[in-house]
Design a protein around this ligand. Structure first.
Ligand SMILES: [Cu+2]
Length: 109
């Protein structure tokens, strides 16, 4: 089971959200479709053997709404996290634990 989470634009009321849910539920391979109107967020659980993210996005567009693809944002966020991890690793490496003379400090943390 795969999960797709995207931002949907163009909804003006809760029945828009319901319309998208209904439309996606009719799509082959979709197990569950949930639209959070307030968050403008669409969550779809689907069988990747039966459908894919592109088909789901197309269906949303065909229903009359826009998908603001966040896949790229997710990637950026991951990259940013990796950079943060590196930064943390670097910062941790600077913590005392080794003496200038190279011998290990026996202090425990
Ligand atoms: Cu509406």
């Amino acid at each position: 089971m795969s999960k797709l989470v995207v931002k949907v634009a163009g909804m003006s009321c809760a029945s828009c959200a319901a319309r998208i849910e209904k439309s996606l539920a009719a799509l082959d391979g979709v197990q569950a479709a949930n639209v959070n109107f307030a968050m403008e967020r669409l969550t779809v659980e689907f069988d990747p053997r039966a459908t894919n993210a592109d088909a789901i996005v197309k269906k949303v567009k065909d229903t009359g709404y826009e998908v603001v693809t966040q896949k790229q944002e997710f990637n950026l966020r991951e990259m940013s996290c990796a950079a943060c991890a590196t930064r943390i690793e670097r910062a941790v490496a600077k913590l005392p634990g080794r003496r200038q003379d190279g011998r290990h400090d026996r202090r425990r943390y």
